[in-house]
Design a protein around this ligand. Structure first.
Ligand SMILES: Cc1cc2nc3c(=O)[nH]c(=O)nc-3n(C[C@H](O)[C@H](O)[C@H](O)COP(=O)(O)OP(=O)(O)OC[C@H]3O[C@@H](n4cnc5c(N)ncnc54)[C@H](O)[C@@H]3O)c2cc1C
Length: 452
């Protein structure tokens, strides 16, 4: 009798170690009263062995760390560049992640982050001289990825400043213009914007710009409109591309915010990249001195040089947006329980996660090689265009699959993933749509231009 009592106490302790859901399932398969009878006949030694086995079996599972860089490409960076990559990651996770939804929801830009971002010393990362650090395009790609992994709006703000605006001056400016603008822009003391697209001319900018410039005695007069111009509501200057009424060539101008005839109005009600401040710019008899014309921009070919340099960065942004979404989804599947189990333990969920990871890893290896080619001076338009097409398409599919894994919570901003789905739509279309980039690659591989 004493032994039976002792065994039952042992059994009670043993059952306490078992998940109640599991016991209820077990009772459907095993006659539990019969089992209790059998246990009561077990020797002390067998009972303690069984308890040991069950205890061992109920150890909490070790969940692997979430890591979207499955092939560990980041580890191939030289240590000083890896350290910069991780510093940017920490900044994004600590300072941007907690405020990202707040500013996105209100369609406002968190101006207070600009000085903190400046401390990272990453603007104009690949340029040499003028206070710029002269690092590799590969590191620049990783930085675009790290930013978009947390907030694609912040990555876009930075891409406009460091790539499009500073890049226009770096590639097309005179020595004086570089000396005046690049050191201040590198420190984010001056903010830039890049005005190419117009209300009626997007994909067709190469031959179709309607904004005009006309030489006067001392300078130039600009007239026209620009649409979608990121940062331009608060930037200190905007690079404006305009067609010269005399020689019909495209020229570039540094238009300062105080220039008379320059008006930038915030574009309202966007459903993507809401934190980015896009402007509709109207230039009405805007007078610009000759000293503010980009001295080395003689035709659209020079504008295209800037776009060629920055398009690889947009492919990296797509990787970041997709990686952020994949990592959020993977973490969520280990938190969310249905049918008494984490949804990560379901075969169909794992299949979706593996599909996403396969796409993500293909994208990462593609942009990794793209940036190596850029560092070696071997990058052509078609290389960057293929990466933009492929990565933005795969990004769209990954963010959709990630949202799917959140079920209804996927449309709530508080779970972040909805923001990634929306923002992916803008990255898909800007800096050349899928069609335009496909036509660039198509022309390179077939020898036939199919633009019109
Ligand atoms: C959030 C955001 C930020 C942006 N920031 C900037 C910025 O800072 N500065 C700037 O200058 N611009 C900016 N843009 C503009 C962006 O680059 C353009 O939206 C893009 O180039 C496409 O032009 P579009 O929107 O006028 O589309 P459209 O050119 O009108 O294209 C509409 C559709 O027609 C298709 N199409 C057009 N031509 C062809 C063809 N020949 N063959 C097949 N299909 C074709 C396109 O692929 C697309 O699917 C931004 C855009 C967005 C959405």
């Amino acid at each position: 009798m004493k032994t039976l009592f002792k065994n039952l106490v042992g059994l009670r302790q043993l059952l306490k170690t078992i998940d109640l859901d599991q016991i209820s399932k077990l009772s459907q398969k095993v006659d539990l009263s019969k089992m209790v009878g059998l246990v009561s006949q077990m020797s002390e030694e067998d009972l303690s062995k069984m308890m040991g086995m069950l205890k061992g079996g109920s150890k909490p599972k070790v969940i692997p760390a979430v890591n979207g860089d499955f092939y560990e490409l980041g580890k191939t960076l030289p240590s000083h560049e890896r350290e910069i990559q991780l510093r940017v990651r920490e900044f994004m996770e600590r300072e941007i992640k907690p405020i990202a939804n707040h500013y996105w929801n209100r369609a406002e830009f968190p101006m207070q982050i600009i000085p903190r971002m400046a401390e990272l010393d990453i603007a104009g990362l690949t340029y040499k001289g003028y206070g710029c650090p002269g690092h590799s395009f590969l590191l620049e790609g990783f930085i675009a990825m790290e930013m978009a992994r947390i907030d694609t709006s912040i990555s876009t703000f930075f891409g406009v400043q460091s790539g499009l605006a500073m890049g226009s001056i770096y590639l097309c400016g005179s020595e004086e213009q570089k000396k005046e603008w690049l050191p201040q822009m590198q420190k984010l003391e001056k903010i830039g914007a890049f005005g190419l697209t117009e209300p009626e001319v997007g994909s067709g900018v190469a031959g179709g710009l309607t904004t005009t410039c006309k030489r006067t005695g001392e300078g130039w007069i600009l007239n026209g409109q620009k649409k979608w111009i990121g940062n331009a509501t608060f930037s200190d200057m905007t690079i404006i591309w305009a067609r010269d009424l005399d020689d019909q060539q495209v020229k570039g101008f540094i238009v300062r915010k105080e220039n008379s005839g320059f008006k930038a109005e915030k574009m309202e009600d966007k459903m993507a990249l809401r934190t980015v401040q896009n402007a509709l710019i109207t230039l009405t008899h805007c007078e610009i001195p000759e000293a503010d014309r980009l001295q080395e921009a003689h035709s659209f070919k020079d504008t295209a040089k800037v776009l060629r340099m920055t398009r690889a960065g947009v492919a990296w942004q797509a990787v970041g947006c997709a990686r952020g979404a994949y990592e959020l989804a993977l973490a969520y599947t280990n938190e969310r329980k249905q049918f008494g189990r984490q949804i990560a333990s379901f075969q169909l969920v794992q299949d979706l996660l593996v599909t996403m990871l396969g796409d993500l890893t293909a994208m990462q290896t593609m942009v990794f090689r793209l940036s190596q080619m850029q560092d070696q001076g071997e990058l052509n338009d078609e290389h960057a265009s293929l990466a933009k097409v492929f990565c933005t398409q795969r990004m769209r599919s990954i963010v959709d699959q990630a949202r799917e894994l959140f079920g209804g919570n996927g449309i709530l901003l508080e779970h972040d993933i909805a923001r990634f789905v929306a923002d992916a739509e803008a990255v898909y279309s800007y800096e050349g749509t899928k069609e335009i980039n496909s036509l660039i690659v198509g022309r390179a591989i077939t020898g036939h231009s199919a633009f019109v």
